[in-house]
Design a protein around this ligand. Sequence first.
Ligand code: NDP
Length: 479
Amino acid sequence: MAEYDYDLFVIGGGSGGVRAARVAASETGARVALAEEDRYGGTCVIRGCVPKKLMVFASEFSNTPAMAQGYGWDIAEGAFNWPAFRGKLNEELDRLEGIYRNLLKNSGVESFDARARIKDAHTVELSTGETKTAKTILIATGGHPVRPDLPNADLGIVSDDIFHLKELPKRLLIIGGGYIACEFACIFNGLGVEVTQYYRGAQILRGFDEEARGLIAESMREQGINLHLGTNILEMDLAEAHAARGDMPGPVNEQIPSSGSYTAGQGPAWVKSTTGDEGTYDLVLFATGRDPNSRDLGLEELGIEVGRRHEIVVDGYSKTSVDSIYAIGDVTNRVNLTPVAIREGMAFVETVFKNNPTEVDHDLIPSAIFTQPEMGTVGLSEEDAREQEEVEVYCTSFRPMQSAFAGKPDRVLMKLVVSKASRKVLGCHIVAPGAGEMIQLAGVAIKMGATKEDFDRTVAVHPTMSEEIVTMKTPMRTA
Ligand code: NDP
């Protein structure tokens, strides 16, 4: 009889956990089980990348009539029907969840719709009351959005709640300046919502290339997003409660009648900012970061090391401080992106089940921010590269043909940061419609170690926006 019930027990049915479970089972014949307390597919499929991208697509159609008119079409503006879209969205998510469940089943993974807690180095307890043992345990429990420590913060929603809204707000306040805040500011603006965004720092999208984030901020403002930098939320309350205390709501947006769709159905919120602005909003969205889902897993009792944000500390092979327990994905707070969690899951299977120790390569990961326009980025920002060595910066910003013809002011940016010594392209930053698609391909070249001269040797694809990436001859600046 086997020493353990399973060779592998995976906790968490998101992108990373499902991939690791199914590859271990189908490619190595391991006996694998997986527990998921919520919906299969995790953040990416159920309440993140996938529904967000569908909302991006939905919101982009608002530009179509004006653009088509600019090209001679006699076309009228239409109205967006949120309940109709949300219904279709939920059907799609149900379909995808079904696929995830089937992938596990068809790979021979036994799944438990239950919460799991680690009892000892080889045992998990399920919320169903069952106890299971496994030679190796993999924690892939992901993360969750967090609200700031502010009285009444529970009156606001977080990104998980967006896809359940019964109706769209008329006036929305978004707090934060990261991926989620900026993406949803553009989405809701495109869907016709009046969007105000508070970001406490000097410029949105901290950590990304300064020129690129500057252009995104400018474009967001041009589209009508009311972006306040150096501003945070100071106080919030229900507008009614605030008015009852004798303080009238401030002047911001008051000409627009409330949709009455505020978060918990309690009515609009009154908000005061650190710069003294006051306003009433139908909805407040906190996009103020995400924390790892590491609590109540039994980690403390086992002595598994966690970091300052409660991330599980792992080595290059995703192993925790307990030999039989590994962790991958957002719960480790390394690079919190779906494809990275999947890579970490695959490397884990190579290491533990294929006898091929494989470290996860976190270098030169291309990624995209689905603002409008998008940002695609790989490698170092100009600022970070300059800290390391002497660089040449090749950069061009222009009005692309398609929107310029229609009389729109949109601008795009193509930028390469090049090592003066090795000639290698250290960073590529693109702000343009479709930048996410473009950066995937630039990412291949840069991962291969392409030099500026390799880019120069490549013939341009004409007429495109991205041809500029191979035709920039003179550095804009050296530093
Ligand atoms: P981020 O960490 O990117 O951004 C959080 C934002 O909230 C920052 O602007 C931060 O400000 C601000 N903030 C944090 N605490 C407070 C506070 N107490 N008061 C006011 N503002 C605050 O988190 P997100 O939630 O946007 O995204 C989480 C992660 O999800 C990302 O890091 C990314 O890995 C992933 N993601 C990826 C996407 C993609 O690939 N397209 C899309 C969406 C998410 P400050 O900068 O000053 O710290």
